[in-house]
Design a protein around this ligand. Structure first.
Ligand SMILES: Nc1ncnc2c1ncn2[C@@H]1O[C@H](COP(=O)(O)OP(=O)(O)OP(=O)(O)O)[C@@H](O)[C@H]1O
Length: 333
């Protein structure tokens, strides 16, 4: 039986206007479904549109086109009280544990406030649950009487996690939640997030440029390049051998993760192109080690290679045992 989609994006597009008037398409017509209880890891180099996608899902920025369905409700254009009601179920954990917590407030108030505002809890109920959450994230309830500046980066991120969990959301967007932390602390916070998403059956969009971290947490991995999802696959399938040359190169640049079936590429040459001036054909064609004439002229669609594994590439890697399409088989290269 197919799992119930909690979040469904259809043709989601985010554009910005740069000073001077140039348009940048940061998210290019993304279709994506996240099932109840799953953690989807969204990876890609800086500037590929991960945060823009996450913020659009939370309705923190307006998409220029497309549709966002959350729990079967079209939330794309919700406003006012209706949007605030949805926000109780959609919470965010940010990268910066310093900037995202109000330094003047006590920790207990920071965590209790969303429960009172969004769920109508009394102060006593909210403070009691704030204490429970501080226990849950390993800080202990006494931490509630202190202020954020008295805590280290890793501890502050635990406070941010407790705050995000406070209104008992159904969905969390975690945008690079450990990348500002020391490596030793990263592992502790990743383990905490893994335990919490598992225990609470939370659905999570986990945004990271770090494939090693994504491997620990995600059920599925989606790779973004220049605003497009270029590969999406179940975690183990992905790490056993990704199908897109870009994913393969990303994986090759992470020493901690296991070898792929294809020979590993050296690190990717150059930087991603400016999203305001993308290449024609496949958006990865200007950097792809396997580029052909077809790639330079025809943009591939995101197609399913096998259940649980889709790729946007004319010549995917690691496809042994998978029947190739006619289009693919006919091309001699
Ligand atoms: N407010 C803005 N105005 C203009 N361009 C923007 C704005 N915000 C983001 N962009 C551009 O949109 C593209 C996607 O940015 P985004 O922050 O979503 O990517 P990202 O993958 O999350 O990168 P990072 O990991 O560095 O945050 C980039 O080219 C970025 O320069």
């Amino acid at each position: 039986m197919k799992p119930t989609p909690l979040l469904e994006l259809t043709g989601l597009r985010v554009e910005y206007t740069r000073p001077g008037g140039r348009r940048v398409r940061a998210v290019r017509d993304v279709d994506l479904t996240i099932s109840e209880g799953e953690t989807l890891g969204l990876v890609g180099e800086s500037g590929c549109g991960k945060s823009s996608l996450g913020r659009a899902v939370l309705r923190a920025i307006e998409p220029q086109a497309g549709r966002i369905d959350f729990l079967g409700l079209d939330i794309t254009h919700l406003k006012g009280a209706q949007l605030r009601a949805v926000w109780a179920d959609l919470q965010m954990i940010f990268q910066d544990p310093f900037g995202s917590l109000n330094p003047r407030r006590k920790v207990v108030d920071i965590i209790a406030e969303p429960m009172m505002r969004a769920r109508g809890a009394t102060r006593a109920q909210a403070e009691e649950r704030a204490g429970d959450l501080l226990d849950l994230v390993g800080l202990g309830r006494d931490a509630g009487h202190r202020r954020p500046r008295e805590f280290s980066g890793g501890q502050r991120q635990r406070i941010a996690i407790a705050r995000a969990l406070a209104p008992q959301p159904k969905f969390i967007v975690a945008d690079e939640p450990v990348s500002a932390l020391d490596v030793s602390i990263q592992a502790q916070v990743v383990n905490l997030l893994a335990d919490l998403t598992e225990e609470s059956k939370l659905t999570c969009l986990f945004i990271s440029h770090d494939l090693g971290v994504v491997r620990q947490l995600a059920d599925r991995v989606a790779v973004m390049y220049l605003g497009q999802i270029i590969e999406i696959a179940e975690r183990d399938r992905f790490f056993a051998g990704p199908a897109h040359p870009y994913s393969n190169a990303l994986l090759a640049s992470v020493p901690r993760v296991t070898a792929t079936a294809e020979p590993r590429q050296a690190q990717l040459p150059g930087d991603p192109p400016d999203p305001a001036d993308p290449p024609s054909g496949c958006l990865f064609s200007s950097r792809c080690p396997k580029v052909t004439d077809l790639c330079r002229t025809e943009q591939p669609t995101l197609r399913e290679l096998e259940p649980g594994r889709s790729v946007r590439c004319h010549f995917p890697l690691n496809t042994t045992g998978i029947e190739t399409t006619k289009e693919h088989a006919d091309i001699d290269h």
